[in-house]
Ligand binder design. Structure first.
Ligand code: MG
Length: 281
C-alpha cells in the first residue's frame, strides 16, 4: 500500500495511492499520517475500508506533501554506506553514527530546496527513510524491528557542509536549515517492499551523482531500528534517514555542491522519485 498526503502546505489530507495516477482520500476515517492517528489504529482503519467504493482523485491535481505529517523526530544515521565512508576519508564506524535534524526541515518531495544565505557548500544525500509505525523501546534483536516499521519513503538529507564540519561540535548545525529534508512521494508500507538490496540514486540537472544499492549499507535497516531503540524510544510517526551512499558533492575533486536554479532528482527502486528545484534564500 502507498500512503500519501495531498494538498497545499499545511493543509495536506491523508490519502492512499491506488494506481499510477489516482488516489483516494481517507482522512475522514484515519485522521492524518502522524503519531496521534497511527497510535489510534489508523492502519487497521484503512485496512477495513473498501477503497474502490470511495471517490478517486487524480494525483496530478494535487501537491504531494511530506507523507508523514510533522514527524516528531528526524533521526539520521551517518557514514552508513561503505563506499561513502571511504569517499569522506572516514573510517567505517564500529557502531552506527546517530544524529538528529530539526523535524521542521521536512517538506514535500517536490518542494524547493532553499540554499542558506551565503552558502557555497550545500550538498545532496539520497536516503531510504524508515517510518516508524509502532512504538519501539529496548528491542531484543534486529529481528523485532519489522513489527515496528510502518514503511519506507525517500529522504533527501540536504546538508550544508561548512556548518556541518567547519563550525565545531555536532552535525545538526549543517542539517537543520529550512527545507533541508524533502520527503516523499509516499510511504510504501513494510509488507510491500524488501529494502535490503534496492537501487537508490540522485541526479543534479540530469547528471548521475549517486547510484548505489542498499546492499552497501554497513548497518542494515533492522539493525539501525534495533540499535536506536536501545537508547531512545521510537514512536509512531518518527522517521529515520538511514544514510547516504557515495557520490555526494563533497566527495568529488573538485567538490560539486548545489546552487540556485539546479534540479535535484532523487529516486529509490520500488518507491519512486522526488524532484526539487534549488533556490537561493
Ligand atoms: Mg545523511
Amino acid at each position: 500500500m502507498k500512503l500519501a498526503r495531498l494538498g497545499v502546505f499545511g493543509q495536506e489530507r491523508a490519502a492512499v495511492v491506488v494506481s499510477d495516477t489516482e488516489a483516494v482520500f481517507v482522512d475522514d476515517v484515519v485522521g492524518d499520517w502522524d503519531r496521534t492517528s497511527l497510535e489510534a489504529g489508523a492502519m487497521q482503519k484503512v485496512a477495513a475500508l473498501d477503497l474502490s467504493a470511495r471517490p478517486h482523485v487524480l494525483l496530478a491535481d494535487y501537491r504531494l506533501g511530506s507523507p508523514v505529517a510533522r514527524p516528531t523526530k528526524v533521526i539520521c544515521v551517518g557514514l552508513n554506506y561503505a563506499q561513502h565512508a571511504i569517499e569522506t576519508g572516514a573510517t567505517p564506524p564500529p557502531e552506527p553514527v546517530i544524529f538528529m535534524k530539526a523535524p521542521d526541515t521536512v517538506v514535500g518531495g517536490f518542494d524547493d530546496i532553499v540554499v542558506p544565505p551565503g552558502s557555497n557548500k550545500t550538498d545532496y544525500e539520497v536516503e531510504i527513510c524508515v517510518v516508524i509505525g509502532k512504538n519501539a523501546l529496548y528491542l531484543k534483536s534486529p529481528n523485532e524491528a519489522r513489527d515496528h516499521i510502518l514503511g519506507y519513503t525517500i529522504s533527501q538529507d540536504v546538508s550544508e557542509r561548512h556548518w556541518q564540519t567547519e563550525r565545531s561540535g555536532q552535525w545538526v548545525k549543517g542539517k537543520s536549515f529550512p527545507s533541508f529534508n524533502p520527503m516523499g512521494p509516499w510511504i510504501v508500507t513494510e509488507d510491500s517492499l524488501n529494502p535490503n538490496d534496492i537501487r537508490l540514486w540522485c541526479t543534479v540537472d540530469g547528471e548521475m551523482r549517486q547510484d548505489s544499492r542498499t546492499s552497501d549499507l554497513i548497518f542494515g535497516i533492522d539493525h539501525c531500528v534495533w540499535y536506536i531503540s536501545q537508547f531512545m524510544e521510537l514512536k509512531a510517526g518518527d522517521v529515520i534517514n538511514t544514510g547516504t551512499p557515495q557520490g555526494v558533492g563533497m566527495g568529488f575533486k573538485p567538490e560539486k555542491f548545489i546552487h540556485g536554479g539546479e534540479i535535484i532528482e532523487t529516486g529509490i527502486e520500488g518507491i519512486g522519485t522526488i524532484k526539487s528545484k534549488v533556490v537561493n534564500a
